[in-house]
Design a protein around this ligand. Sequence first.
Ligand code: 13P
Ligand code: SF4
Length: 311
Amino acid sequence: MDAKATHPQDLARLAKRVRQLLKDRNAIMLAHNYQPPEIQDVADMCGDSLELSIKASQTNAEVIVFAGVHFMAETASILSPEKTVILPNKNAGCPMADMINPQSLAQRKAQLPGVPVVTYVNSPAAVKALTDVCCTSANVVKVINSLDANEVLMAPDKNLALFAARQTTKKIHTWEGCCPYHDALTPRDILAAKEKYPAAIVMAHPECRPEVIDLADAALSTSGMLAYPDKSDAEIFIVGTEVGILHPLRKRHPNKTFIPASENLYCKDMKRITLQDVINSLENMTGVVKVPEEIRIPALSAVEKMTRYVS
Ligand code: 13P
Ligand code: SF4
């Protein structure tokens, strides 16, 4: 079978096989809001990073198939060590998560003695192990404000740190990391889209640059974006995040129009997993992601705390 099947009949057959294997293995499939449509449609649950982490910590299934990128599967493994966590394509990484490692974080911590570290969940498990608390784009401000400290080091996403810095009185030390796709979105892209659709509402992800967020009507996590049109009379929305979100937006709001802020907002890593990958991994129980105990134990409290700060 072609690993990149696109014909509806092939996709339907593959999806049926995935559902059967999930049942046979007592498995649950979680998919991030950026995953390809056929992956989102077959999953038990889709969501943003925070929702998926919470679900991964609460499920009774024996196996978690994580349709996302590597750090997400690691987070599930940290929270649920007794479960088998599968990432169906081992090449699905996150370039932002690769912009930090335990050695570089340890060096920076040494320069900022006593300053707590807030780490974006888009980071390696070994970095989380050196962290006071993790966060996602949905709860970054709450997490930072929960800390009993006037200064915080926020890594690795500089844009998310700058987003949070504008909403807290604490001093935020930043890290030179970013999502290459969100960081490449420019004010010019937003202004061009607004010129074409003057009545449109602009939604931007907090991974975007501050000057892009300044032009947006709302800065939201992916699930925040999915819910936002429920409360808005607007008919057209310019979407400043990865284009995978367009599928659930259009499904949930069939009478509204969603325009990508840029065609370049396409994350290759979020598109690596195919239905055939899911089938192969469930048939052979391959692609298992297991965080070693010496990393998992120190990372656990930071990740667990993150799951407590929901809106
Ligand atoms: P959220 O779904 O948490 O908004 O995350 C965006 C992201 O970049 C995931 O890789
Ligand atoms: Fe990483 Fe950006 Fe892709 Fe999310 S969209 S997985 S932050 S590279």
